[in-house]
Design a protein around this ligand. Sequence first.
Ligand code: FPP
Length: 260
Amino acid sequence: MTRAAEPALTSAVAAEPVIDPARIPRHVAIIMDGNGRWAKSRGWIRTRGHERGAETVRAITTESVRLGVKRLTLYAFSSENWSRPAHEVEVLMRLLERFLRQELPVLQENGVRLQAIGQLARLPERVRRTLDGTIAATAANTRMVLSLAISYGGRDELVDAARAIAREVAAGTLAADDVDADAFQDRLYAGRCPFGADQVDLVIRTAGELRMSNFLPWQAIYAEFVSAAAFWPEFTVADYHACLADYQRRERRFGGVCAR
Ligand code: FPP
C-alpha cells in the first residue's frame, strides 16, 4: 500500500529572510510603539512594557552594529510624552538612566558612539548628567552612532534651528543668502553626522501603526517606511531582519524615474 505524501513540514515554518549585506541601510530610525499594549495584554501595568522594551533596545542596537548600520535613531521619549501621568514619565526617565549606566560597557565593546537629540534641558538633572557622561565616554567610538531621541519633537527641532539661524542673521554672523539646506542641517540637534548618515534610509514603526508622530521631519523625507506588527517589547531580531528585507525589496528613486 502506498502512503499519502507527507505534508512538507517546512511549509509552516517561516523562512528567515535573506538580507543582502551590501545593501544594509546606513541610517535606521525606529518608532518603538506598543509597550503599553504589550503589558496590558498580559494584565500588567504599562510601565512593565517599557522595562521589557529597554531589553529590546539592547538587542536591536547590538544587531544593528553587527549588520553594519552606521546610525540607529530610536524614539525614546517624545516632547508630547511629557503629558503622560507623572509616574510613567518617572519610570521612563529612570529606565533611561539605568540603560545608560548598564549599557556603557556594551556600547564600548561594540564601538557605539552615543548621541542624544531633543530638548535635553527639560530632562531631570540626574538623567542629563548620566547622558552627558555616556556621550563623552563613547565619543571616540566609530562603528555606529546610537542617536536617542529624548524629549524630541520634529517641529521643535525645526523651530529651534530656524531660531538659531534668525539669531545669527540678526547678529550679522550669517548672511541670509547663505541659508540653505546645509546651513539648516548644521543647526539641527545632531548637527552633521560624523559617519555621513544625516538622512534616514529606513523608518520602522512597531505595533502595526502607520504614523510618523512628529519624528525626524527633516531627516526622513526620502526614508522608506516599514510597519511591523509586533509590539516593541516582543520585536525580535528576526522581525528586524524581515523589516530590512522589506526595505531591500524597495526601489529608491529619490524623485527620479523608475529603473525597471
Ligand atoms: C511607546 O509605547 C514607547 C514609548 C513612549 C517609550 C519607549 C521607551 C522604551 C522602549 C524604553 C526606554 C528607552 C530606552 C532607550 C532605554 P506606548 O507606551 O505608547 O505604547 P502603547 O501605544 O501601546 O500605549
